[in-house]
Ligand binder design. Structure first.
Ligand code: SF4
Ligand code: SF4
Length: 97
């Protein structure tokens, strides 16, 4: 199911590099992340029996729920403080309405 890509606090979502990264060499294909994400960021490769990040920018900025739920601990995120810095710079270009 497709969902519309929304801006994040008036900043175009694609400018904010926050999304899960799966170490696919270690993913065991349990689908926990696919079920956990309510924003359809993940999809599942039936032939490889692994999850993959199909829609990285559907991920809710600063959510890390799937990372905490992955039993194999193979999901990571960009550095949160770096992302906050980028966010503050973007905020100057895209002030709140
Ligand atoms: S929760 Fe972790 S191990 Fe399970 S499918 Fe997702 S990335 Fe793979
Ligand atoms: S961090 Fe949250 S919104 Fe982002 S992919 Fe994981 S569960 Fe989905």
């Amino acid at each position: 199911m497709e969902e519309e890509l929304k801006d994040y606090l008036v900043i175009p979502r694609k400018l904010i590099s926050w999304h899960p990264i799966i170490d696919t060499t270690k993913c065991k294909g349990c689908r926990t992340c696919v079920k956990a994400c309510k924003h359809n960021a993940f999809s599942y490769d039936e032939s490889e029996k692994k999850a993959f990040v199909a829609n990285p920018y559907y991920c809710e900025v600063f959510c890390q729920s799937c990372q905490f739920q992955c039993p194999e601990e193979v999901i990571s995120f960009p550095d949160k403080n770096e992302t906050k810095k980028i966010f503050r710079e973007l905020r100057k270009q895209y002030p709140p309405k």
